[in-house]
Design a protein. Sequence first.
Lengths: 389, 146, 368
Amino acid sequence: MISFNTLNLFLVDLLSFLPDKLVFTISGLIMSVAICTFLIGLGSVYTWFERRVIARFQNRSGPNRWGPFGILQPIADAVKLLIKEDIIPATADKMVFIAAPIIFLCTTLLVYAFLPLGIDSQLGNINVALLFVLGITSVNALSVFMAGWASRNKYATLGAIRAVAMLISYEVPMAISLMGIVMVSQSLSLVGIVNAQSNIPFIILQPLGAITFMIAAIAEMSRAPFDMIESESELIGGYITEYAGMKFAVFQLSEFLAPIFTASLFTVLFLGGSNPLKFLEFLPIPGILWFASKSFVITAILLWFRSTWPRLRIDQIMGFAWKVLMPAAILNTLLVGLELVFIRDNYILQIIINMLIFVVFIYLIANILGQKRLKLKEPVPSELANMDA
Amino acid sequence: MTKSLNLNTVVQNLPDTLKQEVNTENGSLYVNSKYIFEICRELKNNNKFQFNYLKSISAVDYVEFFEVVYHLDSLITNTSLVLKSKLYGRDGNSINSVISVWKGADLQEREIWDLMGIFFEGHPNMKRILLWEGFKGHPLRKDFLK
Amino acid sequence: MSLNSELVTINFGPQHPSMHGVFRLRVTLDGETIVDLEPVFGYLHRGTEKLAEERTYVQIVTLTDRLDYVASMSNNLAYVSAVEKLCNIEVPKRASYIRVIVAELQRIASHLMATGFLLNDLGAFGTPLMYCFREREKILDLFEILCGARITLSYMRPGGIFQDTPQEFWDDLELFLESMPNQIDELESLITGNEIVLSRTRDVGILTPEQVIDASLSGPMLRASSVKWDLRKANPYEIYDEIDFDVPIGATGDTFDRYLIRIKEMRESLKIITQCINLIKPGPVRNEDVPLIIRAPEGEAYVGIEGPKGELGFYLVSDGGISPYRCKIRAPSFINLTLLKEMTAGGKIGDLIVNFGSIDIVLGEVDR
């Protein structure tokens, strides 16, 4: 079976006439460039996919002119953005203004360095990969703030301020919700986490952690219903208000890569990565295809959210992070800890308890904080008007 | 069906101090422009009228005088009344604002000042609304006849 | 340690995705909280009232199309009613029915736009908007059958309507009436129970009955604050007194009520149209005694109708000439903006956009 590692070995063989250090560097470079190119290409195709799918949600056709089903649309978009005038506002802080999109794209791509895309298919496997991923995603907040602040535009600044407040708040429940799986798998390495799920994916074992992570991740990449950083109807474009041409394209590309990345990370952490589904194990499907199809399902769900839900208000978003997600994440950690101590090997019981608590928690939250508990009042006509007089 | 109030009963029900400030002619109720605020307040607060809804304020330029027209409605009794007030002279006309009686007068009075050039005294924000500050003249006036 | 902070003034508009045209708000912010706000008007001012003084009574119909350009039929109706009152023109019964039918269709179209754009302002990324536009498109198609135009219709004339309806119109109207209740249900299933919509709109921008009456608001804004006042019932024009329908009112006067009122009014409009179809009889649709160039007798007339946005009134003054001496338009969207500051001050930026969207203004009418 072809995996990244075999490819790498093949490259090393090919370059064996060079000194060892050089071989290692060159083969690593080639692999990284290949992955980055692939991801950027995937991101462009994904823009087409997202536009087509959302168009179907909205009773439209979506882009359908360039190529079969409009699949060449991303190329047309890229060409159009490339040849646009590159505008930098006169008052902008030029260095920071230019650096922001580069940092944004780099951090998005760096995440894939340690993500196992299949069996033995990752660029590197370090034992703190999870920490690395959490760390590198929080640099996003910085680059968004750089973009907003350097633009010297009030909308952009507001967007940047919102971004910092929101991204930092959601990082906390996101990290805590992952403690459960680290405790179970006894590993911070993503490969170790995938291997720990060879029997049961963590989404079944820890549904509360999974949903907390999912919601926090949607907020981290600021998509609906948490898209208030850009919030087109309020802040026009937020931090990207002043960006045009290629810089704008880079931001857009990173943003379209974000759902792919989130889906991949969710697949690795909670869906068992490249492990096949238990009841379909007999099928001769390579791990990377399993990985791709699982990620695809998650991406589709994210699209569904995006096209149907309105946006929350800033105080509601912040309140949700601290009042709902934080307790959920802590509750999940506590549960997993207790279960590890008392019923370590009884998976069935663990699943039953966790599922039960998951359902009860969601029900309680919906009834304590939800709007449905507030009955609509019966209207009483005001005495100040009398049509029949 | 909205009924228009009989003008004579309106005049009779006004307090004595305001009675001589109104007169009826051609089927409309004309009000002395100096007393428009008092009369409007009376029309709103008096239990016999209860005109709690200001439909619209318009101004018409009859060249020799301006007429400010108030269309009032009482949502409680479903009756309506048209008040008019004449302002003589072309420049520096002003009339009391009724914004403290009905807040709905806010934007309409500004519009009349902008387009017709009638100043409303007591309006907290009396400045041009549709045209820009510095526009010369008031376009809805009949100053531009050929 | 104390942090220095200062207020920020931001211009929302005239170019802004959710200012519904070229409206401009000068907003003073303390962080995300709105401290002060001042609307700035006039970016679409075309001097309609002055133009009307230079045109004949029939020509002005085309000007009224361009006031509230998503509800031209209602504007036409308000204007021709004013002319008819000024000149004492009789309208044939059939024309009245057709006027009511098209006015109610226009109300549905306008409310669909209002609902869709409100949801767009809420950040729903266009999906409800597209659902609304799909239905509005059917209404525009119906109008196209009637008069060839879709937006600027100029369908009505003093003394009737421009021409009788083709059979095609009635067939399509029948289909529309069959499908529309389901489409409204679908729209409601997407919006009314949505947790996020509820949390964004409930108890936001509350207006009390005293406030709305004092500020002369009208239409859905008035009724959402539980003021049961509808000119179609309070002062029936055309043939509304023959028709049975309800006037829905809201309970609290918040943004959600303003949305719900529009949905309920669409259902009532469908009821009205169905009754009109059953009552309408063949006959003339235009008073043939009305000349092309009308010379109105000296005098004045004010007629207000219940437009989709509120009370749309025309105050015409005639000096006996072929064009009005003065034509004042009581524009509902314009006056409905009076309370924007009261609704919004103290809220967040998101509230501002939602409250503003729930007023449902059209700039053509605000600036005239």
